[in-house]
Ligand binder design. Structure first.
Ligand SMILES: [Mg+2]
Length: 798
C-alpha cells in the first residue's frame, strides 16, 4: 500500500507545530501599527537564526518552528515531503500568541481585532496549510490543564489521585468533550471524501467517535504518545467507558509498545465486554485495529546538527571544563513520573558505596518545568533540598559532585552535553517513550558510552542493550552506575552498535510512514455499505393484516431475551409471553420458536403456550403445535459426544467460571463467566484440540458462538426446519423471521430461496446498525422486537 494513494491527510494535535508572533504593535486601544521592518529585521536576525519559516515580510505574522514535540513534528514534515505540502493539513491550538517584541496577546485583544485574527487564520493556512482552533481561555484551561493534564496524564502514568467529590473532574470532562466537539466540527467542515484523519495523543479521546458519527465512512487513526495503563489502574477513571468508546471510533489505534496495546485491548474486553484479538477490538460490528508504532527521532537531522561549528565548539569547551572527571547526564521534565528524586538518591547511594569515585564523577541533572505549570512546586523544593544534601555530603572546595539546572537547555548545550557524557542515566517511573535515550545514542557516535535505562520507559522494550534498572531499587541503580563507569571499551562498543542499529532504524520517518500506510490499509474496516434499515411498523402491519396465512419464526436467546450471564437466567418477560400467546391464538398464524436450546428449557419456559411450535438444538428436535417432541435425526450417531465431553471437561477444570451444557444432540462449553482474555484464549486452545483430535473422525462441526463453543452433527441446521415448514404451508402469504447470530442466517437464507414474494418476507436481525447480516430488516434490541410483536398481536385480537 503506497501512502501516495492517500488523497489528503488531516493531522490533529493539541498544539500547532508553529509559534506565531504578530509583526505589529499592540496599542492600548488595541489598534495596531506595524513596526519598522528595518529595526525588526536587525533584532530578529539574532533571535531566530535558522528557525524562521516565512521569509515573506508582507505577512502580518512571523512563523517559527515550535521546539517541543519535535519528534512528532518532524514525522509530519516527512509526510509533507512524501505526499506534497498541500496535501497535509494540520489542525491545532495556536498556543500562546505574542508580538515579535514579546508582548503577550490576550484572547480579548485577538477577538476585538478582526484584522489580527483573520490574518492569523488566513496566513497560517495559505503559507503552511495549518488551521488554528481558537478556544476561549476558561474552556481551554479546563480542557488542557484540567482534564488532559490533571486527570488523564497522571492516571496514564500510574499516579492515582486522592479521592475527591468528582465535581471538578466533571467540569473538566465537559470542557474536554466541548473542545473535542469544536475540533470535530472543523474537520467535518474541511473534510473531502478519501481524506485520512490522524489524531495525536490523549487530547482527543472523544473526537474519533464524534467524527465517525458525522462521517461514517471517514478513515480515522489515533496515535497515543503516552503509556496506556493496565485495566487495574484505568478502571478507576470515572469516564472510562466514554473514553474507550470514543477511541473505538477509529479504524486504527497506534501505541508505542506491545504492553500498551495489550492494556488497551484488555480494557476494552474487561470494561466494555467486547470481543477482541491481539490485533484489534470488535465494536458495533466493525474492527478497530490496534498496532505498535515505536516513535523515534529524526536521526539524519541530528547527525547534521552535530557537525555544526556551534556544537563542536561547545563540546570542546565542556571537555576542557570537566577534564579528568566522568560525566553522568540526566535531563528530565519536572514531574512525578520522571523519577528525578529516585535518581538523586541512587546517586547518593553510589557515592557512599563506591567512595573511590567521589572526586572523579559529576552528575549533571537538567530538570525543566512547563512555564504555565506550578503544580510541581513541592517536588521542586524536595529536589533542591536533596541536591544541597548530596553536595554537602560529598562536595569539596574544588569539586561539586552534583550540578543541577532548573531550566530547559538550548539545543546546542543539550546535544554537546550528551556528546561528552560518559553515562546517561534515565530513571523514569513511567514514560511513554523517552526521546533523550535516543538523542544520547546518536550523540555518542564517537564515544560509544553506555546508557542506564529504567525498565518502565516505553523504549526499554527496544533498547535491550542498555543497562536496565528498576527506578525503585536504589542499590541496584548504584551498582549499575558503577558497572557503566567501569565497562571495558570493547563491551561498550558491542552494546553501542546494537543500540545504534535500533535508533537508526526506528526513526520518526519510519514511524510516520508506517502509521499512515497501516491507516490506509485499514480504511475499509468501517463498511461504507448502507446499514440494514430499521423494521417499519406500518409496512409490516399492512402486510400482516392482508395475509390469509402467516409463518412466524423466532430465535430465542438474543432475539426474544437479551443475552444473559448464564443461559438459565434468560427467562421470558411477561410482555413477550403475552404477545406470543395472542399471536398463536390467531388461526391464520403458525408460530415457531427455533432455538439452539434443549427441549427441557423450551418446555419449561414456553411449553404452556398451547399453539406454539418449537424446535430445539438448532433443528434437531421439533414439536408441532399441540404435538410431542420428535427427534428428526433419531438414527444419528452420537458416539462422538464422549470424546468431546472429555476435552471440554479438561478445559473446564483449568478455566475458572466455565461449564459444560449437555444437550440431546449437541454439547456446549460456556465461558461467559470466566476471565474474558483467559476464557477466549482457552476457547481457542480447546477448539484447536477438538479440531485436531475429534473433528476429522465424525460428521460433526464446531461453532464458536457468543462466549461458547458448541459441537454438533453437521447434518441439520435451523435453515432445514424453516424449509420444511414453508413446504408444509404452500398457502403462506407472510413470513416474519427474527434472529441474532450466525445460526439464524441459515433461516434467512432458506427464506431468501423460497417461493414466497420478497416483499412478504420480513427477515429481521436484532443488533446495532453495523451488524452484518443478509436479513432485510433490523431492530436494535429484543425490546424493540417485542414492541412489534405487540403491534401485530393487536391486529390479531381486533
Ligand atoms: Mg440467538
Amino acid at each position: 500500500m503506497d501512502i501516495k494513494n492517500c488523497s489528503r491527510l488531516i493531522v490533529v494535535s493539541h498544539l500547532l507545530p508553529t509559534v506565531c508572533r504578530f509583526r505589529g504593535k499592540l496599542l492600548k486601544s488595541s489598534a495596531v501599527s506595524i513596526s519598522s521592518y528595518e529595526q525588526y529585521l536587525a533584532e530578529k536576525e539574532e533571535r531566530y537564526k535558522n528557525t524562521e519559516i516565512n521569509k515573506c515580510y508582507n505577512s502580518k505574522w512571523e512563523f517559527t518552528h515550535r521546539q517541543s514535540h519535535s519528534a512528532m513534528n518532524s514525522g509530519i514534515q516527512v509526510l509533507k515531503q512524501e505526499l506534497g505540502a498541500d496535501k497535509v493539513i494540520h489542525l491545532g491550538l495556536p498556543g500562546d500568541l505574542e508580538t515579535v517584541e514579546g508582548q503577550k496577546i490576550s484572547w480579548n485583544e485577538l477577538n476585538e481585532n478582526t484584522e489580527m485574527k483573520e490574518s492569523l487564520i488566513s496566513e497560517l493556512y495559505s503559507e503552511l496549510k495549518q488551521i488554528p482552533i481558537l478556544i476561549e481561555p476558561d474552556t481551554l484551561h479546563d480542557y488542557y490543564n484540567g482534564y488532559c493534564k490533571s486527570v488523564l496524564w497522571p492516571l496514564f502514568h500510574y499516579i492515582l489521585q486522592n479521592y475527591t467529590s468528582g465535581r471538578k473532574e466533571n467540569e473538566y470532562w465537559e470542557a474536554y468533550k466541548l473542545v473535542n466537539q469544536i475540533f470535530t466540527k472543523k474537520i467535518v467542515e474541511i473534510y473531502q471524501p478519501g481524506d485520512l484523519v490522524w489524531f495525536q495523543d490523549y487530547h482527543f479521546f472523544v473526537a474519533p467517535s464524534l467524527l465517525r458519527e458525522a462521517i461514517p465512512t471517514c478513515t480515522i487513526g489515533l496515535f497515543l504518545h503516552t503509556p496506556f495503563p493496565t485495566s487495574e489502574i484505568f478502571r478507576s477513571l470515572s469516564k472510562k467507558k466514554d473514553v474507550l468508546k470514543g477511541i473505538l471510533g477509529c479504524n486504527l489505534v497506534g501505541f508505542q509498545t506491545y504492553s500498551y496495546c495489550r492494556h488497551f485491548v484488555s480494557n476494552c474486553t474487561r470494561i466494555l465486554g467486547l470481543e477482541s484479538t491481539p490485533r484489534g477490538v470488535e465494536y458495533n460490528g466493525s474492527v478497530t485495529a490496534v498496532e505498535i508504532f515505536p516513535i523515534g527521532i529524526d536521526v539524519e537531522n541530528l547527525q547534521k546538527e552535530l557537525t555544526t561549528s556551534s556544537i563542536l565548539k561547545k563540546i570542546a569547551s565542556f571537555k576542557e571544563r570537566y577534564a579528568g572527571k566522568k560525566i553522568i547526564i540526566g535531563s528530565d521534565k519536572l514531574d512525578m513520573s520522571k523519577g528525578v528524586e529516585c535518581k538523586l538518591k541512587a546517586y547518593q547511594k553510589f557515592l557512599r558505596l563506591y567512595p573511590e569515585w567521589q572526586n572523579k564523577v559529576v552528575l549533571i541533572q537538567i530538570t525543566s518545568a512547563r512555564a504555565d505549570d506550578d503544580s510541581n512546586n513541592t517536588l521542586q523544593s524536595e529536589i533542591s533540598e536533596l541536591v544541597a544534601r548530596i553536595n554537602g555530603e560529598f562536595g569539596t572546595i574544588e569539586h561539586q559532585p552534583l550540578l543541577y539546572y532548573q531550566n530547559m537547555l538550548d539545543r546546542v548545550d543539550y546535544y554537546a552535553l550528551l556528546s561528552v557524557a560518559d553515562v546517561a542515566l534515565i530513571t523514569s517511573l513511567r514514560d511513554g517513550m523517552n526521546t533523550m535515550s535516543y538523542d544520547y545514542i546518536v550523540c555518542q557516535k564517537d564515544k560509544h558510552c553506555p546508557l542506564v535505562l529504567s525498565e518502565f520507559t516505553g523504549v526499554a522494550g527496544s533498547l535491550s542493550d542498555a543497562l536496565m534498572i528498576n527506578p525503585w531499587d536504589q542499590t541496584g541503580i548504584a551498582h549499575s552506575i558503577y558497572e557503566a563507569l567501569t565497562m571495558p571499551k570493547e563491551e561498550q562498543i558491542i552494546k553501542y552498535k546494537q543500540l545504534y542499529k535500533i535508533v537508526s532504524s526506528q526513526t520518526v520517518q519510519s514511524w510516520a510512514k508506517s502509521f499512515v500506510t497501516e491507516l490506509l490499509r485499514n480504511s475499509h474496516s468501517y463498511d461504507p455499505s448502507v446499514p440494514i434499515p430499521l423494521l417499519e411498523r406500518e409496512t409490516i402491519k399492512e402486510k400482516y393484516v392482508n395475509a390469509k396465512k402467516r409463518l412466524i419464526f423466532f430465535d430465542y436467546d438474543g432475539t426474544l431475551t437479551p443475552i444473559c450471564k448464564t443461559p438459565a437466567a434468560a427467562v421470558p418477560s411477561i410482555e413477550m409471553l403475552a404477545a406470543l400467546r395472542t399471536l398463536t391464538y390467531d388461526p391464520k398464524n403458525v408460530v415457531f420458536i427455533i432455538s439452539g436450546r434443549d427441549q427441557a428449557f423450551l418446555d419449561k419456559h414456553l411449553g404452556h403456550i398451547r399453539n406454539l411450535g418449537m424446535s430445539a438444538e438448532h433443528g434437531f428436535l421439533i414439536k408441532y403445535p399441540g404435538g410431542v417432541w420428535i427427534n428428526l435425526e433419531s438414527d444419528t450417531d452420537l458416539s462422538w459426544k464422549k470424546d468431546v465431553e472429555e476435552i471440554f471437561n479438561f478445559y473446564t477444570e483449568r478455566t475458572q467460571g466455565s461449564f459444560v451444557e449437555q444437550k440431546k444432540c449437541a454439547i456446549t462449553w460456556h465461558y461467559r463467566l470466566a476471565d474474558p482474555d483467559y476464557g477466549t484464549f482457552q476457547a481457542k486452545e480447546c477448539q484447536n484440540h477438538i479440531e485436531s483430535s475429534v473433528l476429522s473422525k465424525y460428521p460433526i462441526e464446531i461453532l464458536h458462538g457468543k462466549k461458547c463453543l458448541e459441537v454438533r452433527p453437521i447434518t441439520v441446521n435451523k435453515g432445514e426446519i424453516v424449509r420444511q415448514l414453508i413446504g408444509a404451508h404452500p398457502d403462506c402469504e407472510f413470513v416474519l423471521c427474527a434472529g441474532d447470530d450466525r445460526t439464524d442466517e441459515d433461516m434467512f437464507k432458506a427464506l431468501d430461496e423460497s417461493y414466497i414474494a420478497r416483499e412478504n418476507i420480513f427477515t429481521t436481525i436484532v443488533g446495532p446498525p453495523s451488524k452484518k447480516s443478509i436479513s432485510q430488516w433490523r431492530v436494535s434490541e429484543p425490546k424493540d422486537l417485542i414492541d412489534i410483536m405487540e403491534v401485530l398481536a393487536q391486529c390479531s385480537s381486533n
